[in-house]
Design a protein around this ligand. Structure first.
Ligand code: 5GP
Length: 179
C-alpha cells in the first residue's frame, strides 16, 4: 500500500500539531457554547478523533454520512445523505468537521441544510482546503492545510475505498489510476 504513494504531503506529526493548534482555538471560541461537533463520514473520521480530543470544553459529537461524488474523482454536484444526524441541530452551535473542501458543494449543501434546520451557528473545520477548485462561496473557519490541486489520499481520504488507513496524507503514483 505504501508503495502506491508518490509523495507524502503531510505527516502524522504535522497533522497532530495542526489538530492541537486548531483544538486550542476551537476551545477558546466555543467556551460555554456546548457545540455539536459533526463528523462527515467516512473521510473526516481520523481527523475528527484528533480534533475532539483537543477540544477542552463541553461538546457533543455526532456523525453524518454523505456522498458527493459520482465516481472516484469527479464531482457530480449532487449531495446525497446516506446517514443523517441523530441529534437535532436546532438552536445549536454546529461545528462541521470535514476531510477536504474541493468544489465546496458538499459543505455548501450542509451549511444550507443546518441553517434551514435552525442551527444557531454553523462553522467548518477542515483538514485540507483545495481553494483552487472552489465553485461555491463556502469559507472554512478552521483550516489544517491549504492543499495543492492534486488528488490526495490517506488520513481518512480514499481512492476507490482504499488508503483511508494511511497515517499521512499523500499523492498516489499515476500508474495506480491506470491499473
Ligand atoms: P466538494 O463537494 O468540496 O467538491 O468535495 C468534497 C468531498 O470530495 C470530500 O469530502 C472528499 O470525499 C472528496 N474529495 C475532494 N477532493 C479529494 C481528494 O483530493 N482526494 C480524495 N480522496 N477525496 C477528495
Amino acid at each position: 500500500m505504501n508503495d502506491d504513494i508518490e509523495k507524502v504531503l503531510y505527516s502524522r506529526e504535522e497533522i497532530h500539531q495542526v489538530a492541537q493548534k486548531l483544538g486550542e482555538k476551537i476551545t477558546t471560541d466555543y467556551a460555554d457554547k456546548d457545540p455539536l461537533v459533526v463528523c462527515i463520514l467516512k473521510g473526516a473520521s481520523l481527523f475528527m478523533s484528533d480534533i475532539v480530543r483537543e477540544i477542552n470544553t463541553y461538546c457533543e459529537i455526532d456523525f453524518m454520512s454523505v456522498s458527493s461524488y459520482g465516481d472516484a474523482q469527479v464531482s457530480s454536484g449532487a449531495v446525497k445523505i446516506i446517514k443523517d444526524l441523530d441529534v437535532s441541530v436546532e438552536n445549536r452551535n454546529v461545528l462541521i468537521v470535514e476531510d477536504i473542501i474541493d468544489t465546496g458543494r458538499t459543505l455548501q449543501t450542509l451549511v444550507d441544510l443546518f441553517d434551514h434546520r435552525h442551527a444557531q451557528s454553523v462553522k467548518i473545520c477542515t483538514l485540507l482546503d483545495k481553494k483552487e477548485r472552489r465553485v461555491e462561496g463556502v469559507q472554512p473557519d478552521y483550516i489544517g492545510f491549504d492543499v495543492p490541486n492534486e488528488f490526495v489520499v490517506g488520513y481518512g481520504l480514499d481512492y476507490m475505498g482504499h488508503y483511508r488507513n494511511l497515517p499521512y496524507v499523500g499523492v498516489l503514483k499515476p500508474e495506480v489510476y491506470s491499473n
